[in-house]
Design a protein around this ligand. Structure first.
Ligand SMILES: Cc1ncc(COP(=O)(O)O)c(C=O)c1O
Length: 395
């Protein structure tokens, strides 16, 4: 099928929940994506911060093939060796105690919301309220959506799940004021991705961790986008030397197979008991085999590479800012970078795409770059050349 044929079929049969590009993605290799018409793109979208290992990393592909021939699924009624091994790896890397596996970021956050509520019932007189940040993004299921304090996502779906209160991101005083006897947890992204690529201000997360301890409330960190090496540390919280009570993961965890995880600290690890939460597919043999391989690829030097190439990319973006007054700000950590513009981002994204570079937006005026962590400086240089051509074209 050609791009055009796929577009026609999709338009006829798919619910229009996505504003899809007219590109039928049919093959991926490392940092490149190929479409049905044979065009090649330098992919700095990476499945929206998912294919950190590069498309179809040979080790991930081999693990999927091997596991598919042995056992694809069995349910969590059974012991699953790969799931236990992955849990061990994630807990050791994060200094967390136990893991629960599901299929997506939203589901990982649902698990965290439920666990926090049960913990509140057992330990804090039934307190249930979760304080979240304005402009957060935690997913589209009803619980996760209720935690996502952006009216553009919430407005058509009221009534939402009760028990969420939003405060400005990075504002410690507002958070202190919002805490009440009903508060059971505070839930934050260490760097707001969808909300515009906003890293937490220095000192904020450390102070939130201290506050949570003082107030006996849980700290939930959503590392769905920032986790698994994306920011130049295995987990973004490690930049700040903090450890949450609950940490949620998805995206790069499976390099493209649907897997999410919630990691729990010692303090809360005994909260969920059999029957409290479940997912038929969660952590099945196929996805955990893929995720184990994907994790090993990241462990094998990609976190350090991300920090190095990310620093180079940011430096070059600052250099670009000197030449282009439309760039108002450059921010981010590792290879999760944002460029705030004084003009709409969408035409520039389209012009870059026409020239073979795929990038994202984060809101109206922010360009978002989430390339695979396997890139080197030369791919950054190519991307920046194309970006500058796109700026020229949109002048
Ligand atoms: C920080 C964060 N949390 C949660 C989600 C939702 O993940 P999923 O789309 O896998 O449900 C996303 C997705 O972009 C995210 O960036």
């Amino acid at each position: 099928m050609t791009n055009e044929q796929v577009v026609a079929l999709s338009e006829e049969y798919l619910l229009p929940t996505y504003g899809r590009l007219p590109i039928a993605a049919v093959r991926g290799e490392g940092p490149y994506l190929y479409d049905a018409d044979g065009n090649r793109y330098l992919d700095f979208i990476g499945g929206i911060a998912v294919t950190s290992q590069g498309h179809c990393h040979p080790k991930v592909v081999a693990a999927i093939k091997k596991q598919a021939e042995e056992l694809i699924h069995c349910s969590n009624l059974f012991q699953i060796p790969g799931q236990a091994l992955l849990a061990q790896k994630l807990c050791l890397a994060s200094s967390m105690e136990k893991a629960f596996f599901c299929n997506s970021g939203a589901e990982a956050n649902e698990a965290a919301i439920k666990l926090a509520r049960k913990w509140g019932k057992q330990n804090k007189n039934g307190s249930y309220e979760i304080i979240v940040a304005e402009d957060s993004f935690h997913g589209r299921t009803m619980g996760a959506l209720s935690a996502t304090a952006q009216s553009k996502y919430q407005k058509d779906f009221q009534p939402l799940v009760p028990g969420f209160k939003a405060v400005p991101y990075g504002d410690l005083e507002a958070l202190k004021e919002a805490i009440s006897p009903e508060t059971v947890a505070v839930m934050l992204e260490p760097l707001q991705g969808e909300g515009g690529v906003h890293p937490a201000p220095w000192g904020y997360l450390e102070a939130v961790e201290r506050l949570a301890l003082e107030e006996n409330i849980l700290l939930i960190l959503d590392e769905v986008q920032t986790g698994i090496g994306r920011t130049g540390k295995m987990f973004a919280c490690q930049h700040y030397g903090i450890r949450p009570d609950l940490l949620t993961l998805a995206k790069a965890l499976g390099s493209g197979v649907p897997i999410g995880a919630m990691l729990a600290s010692k303090k809360v690890a005994a909260t969920f008991q059999p029957g409290d939460h479940a997912s038929t597919y969660g952590g099945n043999p196929l996805v955990t085999a893929a995720a184990l391989a994907a994790f090993e690829v990241i462990e094998d030097g990609l976190v350090e590479r991300c920090a190095r190439v990310g620093a180079y990319f940011k430096k070059q973006l600052h250099a670009l800012q000197k030449r282009w007054s439309i760039i108002e700000d450059v921010r981010g950590l590792g290879l999760l970078l944002g460029v705030e513009l004084s003009v709409p981002a969408a035409p520039i994204v389209a012009a870059a795409r026409e020239r073979g570079l795929l990038i994202l937006t984060a809101g109206e005026r922010v360009l978002r770059f989430v390339p695979p962590l396997i890139i080197e400086e030369r791919e950054v240089d190519t991307a920046l050349e194309i970006l500058e051509e796109a700026f020229e074209a949109c002048k």
